[in-house]
Structures are given as C-alpha cells and as structure tokens.
Design a protein around this ligand. Structure first.
Ligand code: NDP
Length: 255
C-alpha cells in the first residue's frame, strides 16, 4: 500500500485481536503494512492468530497476553511491549464483552465485568501508552464503541453506558493529547456476527430485525470496519480528532 494510508514501519497493538472484530482489524492493519501485536487473554489463540496474520501478509506479528481490565496487568503488559518492540504507533482499544439482562435483574458481577472490560480497559491502556506517545510527539488511539452509545434497547443499559462513556473518553483523550500530535478517535460498529453476538445471530427473529432495521439490509461483515480503521491509523486522519465514526450500514442515521 502506498500514500497517505500506508502503515509500513508502524507498530500497532489491537487489544482483543485473538478473534472476532479485533482479529480482522489486526489483519487489516498488517495488510496496510503495520507490524501488529495480537492480544487476548489466551496465549494459544492469540499465537495462532499472529502466526496466520504473519503468514498471510509477510509482515511481523507479535503476541501479548494481559487482562485489559486490570490496571497493574495493563501497565506490566505495555511495559513488556515497549521493552521488546518500542512504543506502539497505533493502539486499538477493542477488547470487550457483552452482558444482557433486564435492569431490575442485572447482577453486580455483570455490571463490573462490563465496566472493567469495556471502559476501564480503554482508560488504562490509553493512559499507559500516552507517556511514550507524548515523548515521541505522535500516536493514534482508536476506541471501538458501538451503536449502543446512541441507540438503547431492552437489557443492554449497562453495555450502552460503557459504550457511551467510550465516546466521551475519546473526546477527553483528544483534549489532553492533541497538543502532543496524538489523535484519538472511535469507531462505533452496528451489528456484526461474532462470538459476542452469537446468541443474537441464532435468534432468527432478532437476526431478521437487524436486517430490517439496518438500511443496508444486512449484518456487518468484520471486513466492513477495516477501511475506517486504516484511515484513523494513518496520516490521512492527522486533523481528525475526538470523533466517533459510525460504521453501521446507516442504522443510526435512520429511525
Ligand atoms: P469477541 O467476543 O468476538 O472478541 C472479544 C475479544 O476481546 C477476544 O479477543 C477476547 O480474547 C478479548 N477479551 C475479552 N475480555 C478481555 C480481557 N478482560 N482482557 C483481554 N482481552 C479480552 O467480541 P467482538 O469481536 O464482537 O467485539 C470486539 C469489540 O467490538 C468489543 O468492544 C465490542 O463491544 C465491540 N462491538 C461489537 C459488536 C458486534 O456486533 N460484534 C457491535 C459493536 C461493538 P480472550 O477471551 O481470549 O481474552
């Protein structure tokens, strides 16, 4: 790849890239030339994904395993990455979980899982990598939000709250880091078939509602997210900061 979208020589960390959306995003960054760090909690799954990415692109792929919801683990994990490979140029805060239940039945443990994995994670990782990015005077932070930051549905009040907060965290990162040459933006996906949404995919009534409610008339394919991420990771987006871009087939544009 050449020109403004070329990521050759850049180092990219994608949290939660052992599978699902993150796996496709890591592949896409590698295809644009970046050396990627594939991440998850399971070393075997992340290692397999890194090997596949490296073999298919000819670009280096490393592995990192730490719990993004644990502040000390994040600090240790990013320190190890910086010692081994340097300060990442691109950090994608993608790792996340889903928990669904009506609000009156929502368990504390599910609330805690959502907040620590979907929100605290992006705060811990961004805070830890910011120091090195500030010292270098450049960096790209991309958070993976959700249409649920804008559209509520029954049983996902807590999930939506974490994703709404991601949009505001992204603006705050922009306020603190733009003066240092760093861009922080977010991508808000619509509905994509992954392990996280497997129960919804299997529910034919819901699955058909997604197709009807999405102006594009279909579920997203994880590859639909790659172009926006490559843009937000490249010098083409150097004057784009604090924004959330909805990649949802038009879902949030139309009632
Ligand atoms: P998946 O469940 O398919 O993948 C989640 C990834 O995150 C895995 O690699 C998992 O690896 C990792 N992960 C989960 N918890 C942790 C943790 N505590 N520490 C480190 N890694 C963790 O989910 P998706 O790919 O569907 O979702 C990715 C992101 O996209 C999430 O933030 C999600 O909210 C968001 N999103 C998804 C949509 C969809 O339709 N699928 C729609 C909108 C947003 P491991 O379990 O091995 O640690």
């Amino acid at each position: 790849m050449t020109g403004a979208f070329d990521l050759t020589g850049r180092l990219a960390l994608v949290t939660g890239s052992s599978r699902g959306i993150g796996r496709t995003l890591a592949q896409g960054l590698a295809e644009a030339g970046a050396t990627v760090i594939v991440h998850g909690r399971d070393a075997e799954t992340a290692g397999r994904a890194a090997d596949e990415i490296s073999a298919s692109t000819g670009v280096g792929a490393h592995v990192a395993t730490f719990d993004v919801g644990d502040s000390a683990a994040v600090d240790a994990g990013i320190s190890a990455i910086e010692q081994a490979h340097g300060v990442p140029d691109i950090v994608v805060n993608n790792a996340g979980v889903q928990r669904r239940a009506p609000i009156a039945e929502f368990a504390d443990t599910d609330w805690d899982d959502l907040v620590r994995t979907n929100l605290s994670s992006a705060f811990y990782v961004s805070r830890r990598v910011a120091a090195g990015m500030i010292a270098r005077g450049s960096g790209k932070l991309v958070q993976i939000g959700s249409v649920q930051s804008q559209l509520a549905r029954p049983s996902i009040a807590a999930y939506g709250a974490t994703k709404g907060a991601i949009a505001m965290l992204t603006k705050g990162l922009c306020a603190d880091l733009a003066p240092h040459g760093i861009q922080a933006n977010a991508i808000a996906p619509g509905y994509f078939a992954t392990e996280l949404t497997q129960a919804l995919v299997d529910d034919e009534q819901f699955s058909s509602w997604v197709r009807t409610r999405t102006p594009a008339g279909r579920w997203g394919d994880t590859s639909d997210l790659v172009g926006t991420l490559v843009f937000l990771s490249s010098s083409a987006s150097d004057f784009v900061n604090g924004q959330t871009i909805y990649v949802d087939g038009g879902m949030t544009a139309v009632v």
